[in-house]
Design a protein. Structure first.
Length: 182
């Protein structure tokens, strides 16, 4: 009798989870099925604050849009000077949207918000400037996944100092921990 070794075949781990390409996206901070989505609301505590969410790219892409999940709108909100942007790990602004205040007040859905000019992004970490809350378990500046860096802004600055990342006052205002890239 010949005994054959037992071989258990298993699919690669990435076939068992959703990937950005499954939803025609180039990257995301994580599967949107696990995301808590944004409700647009005005809040004096976050006015002018720049907050950051880290996203990792595994391959070069041409980055054209930042996607957010908008779950609701506070009809009484008065929004102005709301932007999304993308910073690299040196803190340099690579791309930005026009003012998205109107987009935040309409359509409670996941939506793409166009960068004013697409850019080529190489693999690595990037930071999407937006607003919201997150858990940074085990992390500290300049490597927080979700943080704020500035106050009093009316537009996104050309550079930010990632060593000044903080986690204070990032839990109110229009917010998203989930971002997608297309």
């Amino acid at each position: 009798m010949v005994t054959m070794p037992l071989r258990i075949s298993s699919a690669p781990a990435d076939t068992l989870m959703d990937l950005p390409s499954d939803q025609n996206l180039l990257a995301w901070t994580y599967d949107p099925n696990q995301a808590g989505h944004v409700t647009a609301q005005s809040n004096a505590g976050v006015a002018g604050r720049v907050t950051l969410t880290r996203i990792l790219l595994r391959k070069p892409i041409v980055w054209s849009n930042v996607w957010i999940g908008l779950s609701g709108v506070d009809a009484a909100a008065v929004l102005a000077n709301n932007y999304l942007g993308v910073y690299d790990t040196t803190g340099t602004l690579k791309g930005t949207t026009a003012d998205i205040s109107t987009s935040l007040m309409s359509g409670a859905v996941a939506k793409p918000l166009a960068l004013t000019a697409p850019f080529t992004a190489q693999p690595g970490a990037y930071y999407i400037a937006g607003a919201g809350s997150s858990t940074n378990a085990g992390l500290s500046a300049p490597n927080l996944r979700y943080s704020s860096v500035l106050t009093g802004q009316t537009a996104l600055p050309a550079t930010v100092d990632l060593s000044t990342q903080a986690t204070t006052i990032i839990t109110t205002g229009w917010a998203s921990q989930w971002y997608g890239v297309s």
